[in-house]
Design a protein around this ligand. Structure first.
Ligand SMILES: NC(=O)c1ccc[n+]([C@@H]2O[C@H](COP(=O)([O-])OP(=O)(O)OC[C@H]3O[C@@H](n4cnc5c(N)ncnc54)[C@H](O)[C@@H]3O)[C@@H](O)[C@H]2O)c1
Ligand SMILES: N[C@@H](CC=O)C(=O)O
Length: 464
C-alpha cells in the first residue's frame, strides 16, 4: 500500500500534489504531544489566546488569494466561492477570539449561610477533528477556533481529497504564534485514523463533519472511553415556496442555495416544494435562470458551477436522476455531463426535474449535486409533512410573505436551521447544526464553544 495520497484536481483529473500519509506511530506521538501541550495551553490566559487567534485570522485573510487557489485546485469549487470560504473560515476565528474572553462561570445562592457555590468552565482536553472535502477551510476553523479559544489542544485529520488547504491553515496558525503541539494535522484515510482517535484515552473529544454513517460509527466507537462528541452530518433540505411568495426572489435564493459548490453542501436545498397555483410560473423562471449558469473549471473567473468531487459523487447524482426519470419525473433542463473517466473528471450540468414524487430516491437521499427536483403541494400542512418525512433534520427553507404561514413553518419544521425568505443562513455568530440523524451539537455562536468545555461545580462549606 502506498504511503502517500495523490490530491487530484477534480476539474482535470491531474495530480496537484502528493502528501505523505502519517504513520500510525506518528499519530500516537501527535496525540501524546497534544495531550502534554494541553497542560500549558489550558493555563494560558484567555486574552492571550484571543490575541493569538486574531493573529491567525489576520494571516489567513492576508493569504486569501493563495488559499483560495489551493482550495479550488483540490476541491474544484469556483474561485469566487473559495475566496468566500476563506473569509467565512476566518470569521469563525474572529468570533471565537472574542468568545474566549466570555467563558463565564457563575455563583449560585446557597441553601445555607455556611456555604458558597461556584460554577466554572474548563476546557475538555485534547480534541480530535475529522473534516470533509466540501468546505476544507471553514469546517476546520469552526472546530479549531472554539477548541483553542476554550483552552483545548487540537489535532485535525482533513479529508483525503482536500488536505492541502488544511495543512496551510495549520502552518499559518504556527506562524501566528500558536504553539506547534497545540494545533496539529495528520493525513490519511478515515477508516485507519478514526479508530486511533476513538481508541485513545488521551483524546477527550471527537468533532466530526461528514456523512451520517461515519458519524454513527465514530459516536459508537467513542463510547468505550466516554468521549464528548459533536456530529455535523448529512442533510436533505426541503425548500418550500408558498403561493404568496415573491417568485423572483425565491428563484434567486434557490439558485444561491442549490448551486453553491455544485450542490455539494450539506444545507443545499435538496427538494423544492412549490404551491401548485404558482408551479408553472416558478419552474419557467427557475429553468430560464438555471440555463444561464456557466459550468467550468473553477479557476476561470466566470465559472458558476465547477466539477463534482469524484466518480462516486457523479455516479450517485446520475443514479438519482435516472431513478427519478424512470419513475415519471420530467427533465426540464440539464441531465448532461462533461466527463472523462480515464482522466478522472466529472462535470454535472445544472439540472431541473419536475413531477418528482416521494418514492423517488432523490426525495429520500441527499444528492450532493446540482440537481433541483420540483414537486408541488396544496396545503401548508401537506408541505410540512413532505418536508419532515426524512430521517435528516439539518436545514429547511420557506418563502412566504404571510407572517402566520411563516410562524407555522417555524414551529412545525423539524430542522436545526431554518431560512425564512433566506437561502443562505450560515454565519459564524449563529448556531449551525442538525436534529435527528443530521447530528448532535452546534457550531457557531455562543453555543459553538460549549461542546469544548466541562462544567465544574465547587461547593465551599464551613463558612462562619
Ligand atoms: N452538517 C454539516 O455541517 C456538514 C458539513 C459538510 C458536510 N457534511 C456532510 O458530509 C458528507 C460529505 O462528505 P463525505 O462524503 O466526504 O463524508 P465522509 O463521511 O465519507 O468523509 C468525511 C470525513 O470522514 C473521514 N472518514 C471516512 N470514513 C471514516 C471512518 N470509517 N472513520 C473515521 N473517519 C472516516 C473521511 O476521511 C473524511 O475526512 C455529506 O453527507 C454532507 O452532508 C455535513
Ligand atoms: N456549507 C455549510 C457547511 C456544510 O456543507 C455551511 O454553510 O457552513
Amino acid at each position: 500500500m502506498s504511503n502517500t495520497i495523490k490530491v487530484n484536481n477534480p476539474a482535470t483529473g491531474e495530480v496537484v500534489k502528493e502528501v505523505a500519509i502519517t504513520p500510525a506511530a506518528d499519530i500516537e506521538i501527535a496525540i501524546k504531544e497534544g495531550d502534554e501541550a494541553f497542560k500549558s495551553w489550558s493555563r494560558v490566559n484567555a486574552h492571550q489566546r484571543s490575541a493569538l487567534l486574531k493573529e491567525w485570522s489576520a494571516k489567513i485573510k492576508a493569504e486569501t488569494e493563495n488559499l483560495a487557489e489551493v482550495m479550488t485546485l483540490e476541491s474544484g469549487k469556483p474561485l469566487k466561492e473559495s475566496r468566500g470560504e476563506v473569509a467565512y473560515a476566518a470569521s469563525y476565528i474572529d468570533w471565537y477570539a472574542e468568545e474566549a474572553k466570555r467563558l463565564y462561570g457563575r455563583t449560585v445562592p446557597a441553601h445555607t449561610e455556611t456555604k458558597r457555590i461556584i460554577v466554572t468552565k474548563e476546557p475538555v482536553g485534547l480534541v480530535a477533528a475529522i473534516t470533509p472535502w466540501n468546505f476544507p477551510a471553514a469546517m476546520m476553523t469552526r472546530k479549531a477556533a472554539p477548541a483553542l479559544a476554550a483552552g483545548c489542544t487540537f489535532i485535525v485529520k482533513p479529508a483525503e481529497e482536500t488536505p492541502l488547504t488544511t495543512m496551510r491553515l495549520v502552518e499559518l496558525a504556527h506562524q501566528a504564534g500558536i504553539p506547534e503541539k497545540v494545533v496539529q494535522y495528520v493525513n490519511g484515510y478515515g477508516k485507519e485514523i478514526g479508530p486511533i482517535f476513538t481508541d485513545s484515552k488521551l483524546v477527550r473529544k471527537i468533532t466530526f463533519t461528514g456523512s451520517t454513517p461515519v458519524g454513527k460509527l465514530l459516536m459508537k466507537n467513542s463510547a468505550a472511553t466516554m468521549k464528548h462528541v459533536s456530529m455535523e452530518l448529512g442533510g436533505h433540505a426541503p425548500l418550500i415556496v408558498t403561493k404568496d411568495a415573491d417568485i423572483d426572489f425565491a428563484v434567486e435564493q434557490v439558485l444561491a442555495s442549490k448551486f453553491r459548490n455544485a450542490g455539494q453542501t450539506c444545507i443545499c436545498a435538496n427538494r423544492v416544494l412549490v404551491h401548485e397555483d404558482i408551479a408553472n410560473e416558478f419552474s419557467e423562471q427557475l429553468t430560464s435562470r438555471v440555463q444561464q449558469l456557466k459550468v467550468g473549471n473553477g479557476l476561470e473567473e466566470n465559472t458558476d458551477v465547477g466539477p463534482v468531487i469524484n466518480a462516486e459523487g457523479y455516479e450517485k447524482i446520475n443514479r438519482q436522476i435516472e431513478d427519478a426519470v424512470a419513475k415519471g419525473a420530467r427533465v426540464l433542463y440539464g441531465h448532461q455531463y462533461d466527463k472523462d473517466e480515464a482522466k478522472g473528471y466529472y462535470f454535472v450540468h445544472p439540472t431541473v426535474l419536475e413531477n418528482v414524487q416521494g418514492e423517488m430516491d432523490i426525495m429520500q437521499e441527499e444528492t450532493f449535486g446540482p440537481v433541483i427536483p420540483l414537486t408541488t403541494f396544496r396545503e401548508n400542512k401537506e408541505a410540512v409533512e413532505i418536508a419532515n418525512n426524512t430521517p435528516f433534520g439539518l436545514a429547511a427553507y420557506f418563502f412566504t410573505n404571510d407572517y402566520r404561514t411563516g410562524i407555522y413553518f417555524q414551529e412545525h419544521l423539524k430542522f436545526g436551521i431554518l431560512g425564512w425568505n433566506d437561502g443562505a443562513p450560515s454565519a459564524a455568530h449563529a448556531p449551525f447544526g442538525g436534529m435527528k440523524e443530521s447530528g448532535i451539537g452546534r457550531e457557531g455562536g455562543p453555543e459553538g464553544i460549549e461542546p469544548y468545555v466541562e462544567t465544574k461545580y465547587l461547593s465551599i462549606g464551613g463558612i462562619q
